[in-house]
Write a protein that binds this ligand. Structure first.
Ligand SMILES: Cc1cc2nc3c(=O)[nH]c(=O)nc-3n(C[C@H](O)[C@H](O)[C@H](O)COP(=O)(O)O)c2cc1C
Ligand code: SF4
Ligand code: FES
Length: 668
């Protein structure tokens, strides 16, 4: 074992402990190493080094290592971050700091990342690996790199594609050029959570519902600067009583991006926060609230459907301090229920948070909101400010955190990583987050809507919620319905309703000229079912025998003008784009599957093998659910991929590459 020093090569003791002792003595005594250390007799004498010398040498070396921050970049970052806290800049707020830079400059300049790393006293690699993980951060290099004047995002996920997003994407660059707006950058992006308003474009932060080339151009021309392209805010307050909408549709004001909402005054005037205050002030029994949650049968509405009351009890039994994390990432294509309720009724959700925090005994609450919901962020921040200004009871510590465009951060452990300021890569389990979650503490994690129902369940009783239901199922479900129906939107329907009933009773039927051909019962992840399975009760556990699941209850309806294989390809491309890349079956499998699914006639065996590996060997639900569309096409739509005859009674979808080649009842 050798080290090279200033004067030559020496032999050092073999064990680490002996080497340390050797070095320590050498430095401390400021003297040459003793002969007793078995140094080679011919070795020249080593120059003495004092502790101060050594420190200075380390300081000089570390200063020179890697790229050094520029003074101007340090000043930019210091200005945006504000004064340095006594304990330094928090590591877990790294993504928030990146947002400040990104909002201000429109992109992330590499010089600012170097300066940020220096300000936070973190390695540059750490800052860079986080910044480069999230789709909403674009890192640019060099002095001359400029941010585009405006970024125009066009959603190309399934519901928007059905409504003409591809045509919009194809036409916009030319029209923008012709209108002298060539410096606007057009980007295709995954679902922005407004599928009932498809197709949707977003000019910087300003959504354009039911977008056409003309309406998009109008918005671009009226917002010459990034700072002006903000989400509009509603000014009128209303009383939003969600219970009154049970078994009804949530009204959608036409073309409205900012509906009126219940503010704190209105919410309190209707009895709001009385339950939370009674509980926190000890006038209500926490055990009774927990029993109500258990008896209501409320299951987690983020997708996994774990019974909410049981989760509360599990986390409550863990050692303190406990934390809560709220999931408003809502990235599943086709899902927009959380946004719909949040932008109308933020305080009912916050009251649910306060009740859960009190019953479970969580000391701090972290609310993770997807970056695409700019209007909701402003609304929720204002609601939190109002609540803090006039608290109905002592409040727990609450932080609102901002996602940065990564679907995988909706997965609970990835969300926790992201709140900790890291890349959103799912964790291996066990341990489960109820035991070891955020910052290593037991964590109660809930979807927005799960908490939204808490106040009504406690006040109206568990039997009120469990009293709804159809076809043997219990409870209410907020279905986000989009696609080929007359009236898309959030439908607060009984659990167990069938897709046909949902379309007929809640959506005004199919669009004129369209008939049901297929549907996705649970967004991109939940699989694809054919029209003849329109009688299955839609709920947790009812769709598994058909190779599907309800997930976040995002129902996307396809008609005879669409093809199921196109839908499957669209969702596979989404998974490919959103895979965090941590495990090979998902990272490589989704890309390979998407390429194979483009062929008019599928290589069924190869795709089957791929589907098996992805389902068996992926770490998290993204990779495990990604094969669902492949399997559903094999099972229900083999005629679309050359694996079976075209059924005589089925209309041929306009877009199917095989439709023209296949006579009814014939093989290719
Ligand atoms: C890939 C993936 C994405 C997910 N996205 C979301 C999401 O956007 N919102 C959400 O609430 N849950 C999402 N989930 C489910 C969460 O992991 C978790 O089960 C849920 O937030 C727990 O809350 P709940 O019990 O109230 O449903 C996702 C799961 C996976 C596997
Ligand atoms: S399955 Fe996909 S998304 Fe999940 S951890 Fe693996 S690579 Fe990441
Ligand atoms: S907003 Fe386009 S698919 Fe959801």
């Amino acid at each position: 074992m050798c080290i090279r020093n200033l004067t030559g090569v020496r032999t050092l003791p073999d064990t680490a402990a002996a080497r340390l002792a050797y070095a320590g003595a050498f430095i401390k005594n400021n003297a040459p190493a003793p002969r007793s250390m078995n140094l080679a007799p011919e070795a020249p004498t080593v120059a003495a080094v004092s502790v101060t010398d050594m420190r200075e040498r380390i300081r000089r070396k570390s200063r020179l290592k890697g790229r050094q921050p520029e003074d101007a970049a340090m000043a930019d970052v210091a200005q945006l971050l504000g004064p340095r806290p006594a304990t330094g800049f928090r590591r877990d707020l790294l993504i928030e700091y990146l947002h400040r830079l990104n909002d201000h400059f429109g992109v992330l300049h590499d010089r600012h990342l170097v300066a940020l790393a220096q300000q936070m006293n973190r390695p540059m690699a750490e800052v860079y690996e986080v910044a480069s993980f999230y789709h909403h951060f674009e890192i640019v290099r060099g002095e001359d790199a400029q941010a585009p004047r405006l970024v125009l995002r066009v959603c190309d996920s399934l519901s928007c594609s059905l409504a003409g997003a591809r045509e919009l994407l194809a036409a916009l660059p030319e029209r923008l050029r012709a209108a002298g707006q060539a410096d606007v950058q057009v980007v295709a992006v995954p679902c922005v959570g407004r599928c009932e308003q498809a197709p949707v474009a977003v000019v910087h932060q300003c959504p354009v519902p039911h977008a056409t080339v003309d309406t998009v151009l109008e918005v671009v021309e009226s917002k010459p600067k990034r700072a002006l392209a903000r989400h509009p805010q509603a000014l009128i307050a209303i009383n939003f009583d969600v219970a009154a909408l049970a078994e009804k549709s949530v009204p959608v004001p036409p073309g409205e991006v900012s509906p009126a909402h219940a503010d704190l005054v209105t919410y309190r005037a209707q009895g709001g926060y009385q339950t939370a205050a009674a509980l926190v002030n000890g006038e209500m029994d926490a055990e009774a609230v927990l029993a109500a949650m258990e008896n209501s049968g409320l299951r987690g509405l983020g997708g996994a459907g774990f019974p909410a009351g049981r989760k509360w009890r599990i986390v409550r039994d863990q050692p303190a301090p406990r934390l809560m994390a709220v999931n408003i990432d809502e990235g599943e294509p086709g899902t927009f229920k959380d946004r719909t309720y949040l932008e109308r009724d933020p305080h009912r959700f916050l009251e649910g948070v306060l009740i859960a925090a009190q019953v479970v005994g969580t000391e701090a609450v972290y609310i993770y909101l997807r970056d695409e919901y700019h209007g909701c962020r402003a609304l929720l921040q204002a609601a939190l400010d109002d609540l803090r200004a006039e608290p109905p009871c002592p409040l727990p510590h609450i932080e609102l955190r901002r996602g940065a465009g990564a679907y995988i951060c909706g997965e609970e452990s990835a969300m926790i990583e992201s709140i900790e300021g890291k890349r959103g890569e799912p964790r291996m389990r066990p341990p489960y987050i109820a035991q070891v979650g955020l910052f290593g503490r037991p964590t109660l994690e809930h979807n927005f809507e799960t908490l939204y129902w808490v106040r009504d369940i406690v006040e109206k009783g568990p039997e009120w919620f469990a009293g709804f239901g159809r076809h043997g199922r219990k409870g209410l479900r907020s279905f986000s319905v989009s696609g080929r129906v007359k009236h898309p939107g959030v439908k607060l329907a009984p659990a167990g309703i069938t897709v046909q009933e949902l379309i007929d009773e809640y959506c005004g039927g199919m669009l004129d000229g369209h008939q049901l051909y297929a549907y996705l019962p649970g967004g991109a992840s939940g699989g694809i079912l054919p029209a003849h399975l329109n009688h299955i009760p839609l709920d947790f556990d009812t769709l598994q025998p058909y190779g599907c699941f309800i997930g976040s209850a995002a129902v996307i309806v396809l008609s005879q003008h669409d093809s199921a294989r196109d839908a499957a390809l669209n969702v596979m491309r989404f998974f490919e784009h959103e895979s965090c890349g941590q495990c090979t079956p998902c990272r490589v499998g989704t890309a390979k599957a998407a390429a194979l699914m483009e062929a008019p006639v599928w290589d069924a065996d190869l795709l089957d093998d791929l589907a098996q590996v992805m389902a068996d060997a992926s770490i998290c639900g993204l990779g495990q659910a990604a094969p669902n569309p492949i399997r559903c096409i094999h099972k229900y739509f083999p005629h679309e991929v050359g694996e079976g005859p075209w059924p005589g009674d089925l209309p041929k979808p306009r877009n199917s590459p095989l439709a023209e080649q296949l006579p009814p009842g014939g093989k290719p």
